[in-house]
Write a protein that binds this ligand. Sequence first.
Ligand SMILES: O=c1[nH]c(=O)c2[nH]c(=O)[nH]c2[nH]1
Length: 286
Amino acid sequence: MTFELGENQYGKAEVRLVRVDRGPQAHGITDLNVTTTLAGDLTATHLTGDNTGVLPTDTQKNTVHAFARDGIGEIEEFALRLARHFVDSAPAITRARVRIEQYGWERIPATGHSFTRTAGTRTASAAYDGTTAWVVSGVEGVTVLNTTGSEFHGFPRDRYTTLAETSDRILATDVTARWRHADPTRTDWAASFAGAKDRLLNAFAATYSHSLQQTLHSMGQYVLSGDDGLAEARLALPNKHHFLVDLQPFDLDNPQQVYQVADRPYGLIEGTVHRTGAPDPGLAWW
Ligand SMILES: O=c1[nH]c(=O)c2[nH]c(=O)[nH]c2[nH]1
């Protein structure tokens, strides 16, 4: 019997890091979780333990810290700087991917140095192969809910179907969305992110929904429509079910007021919307 080494990659997962920018009037915080992933000619270490080509994951972590000393900027820029550095400086490494989650903090106005965490996580991923770079931005953990404007009916019924058709339900989800940039040399990352997040929320609110799938498609279209530099959006939307409670056993009616909130199981709706003729994704989703 013979065996061959297949695809492989390695890196440091979840390098947690806070940088404090100490301005004269107020401080600022950049709070990150950085994951580096490298691939290349790493056959020797797998087959014989020869580590000549293995840039240690500890060094990758240190590089993240050292680069943060120079300033972070927008997370897309920071991810690109790191990805380029690993490929350009480590001889055996031919591909790098850097994924970043950014936790938001806003200042409590009482002082210039007090903060509260904000909802939702901004994300970015940069990949680089020594010639070309790809950047994906996104957001996670943004919970949204419509108290009306959502129906779900017309689905097929078989012997296992118990779900009632509804023409007015609560629609709630925890948005995970990512959008691929057509050009990694753009520089308006902050404005682009703010616009995309805004459009996502507006789409959720403005779409009269016949299914969460329809809402997903609308959210993807909204994200792309406001920014010519975006090629593709990918969304994952858990359906956070809210069931109207039957209060008849207590001789009470329930005119759509009291709901039971189920945390599991949940429907998980996933989908992609891309601009017609979008450039090839290359390593964007690697
Ligand atoms: O928006 C929905 N899509 C579904 O596919 C589905 N399935 C289900 O039970 N409820 C819902 N709601």
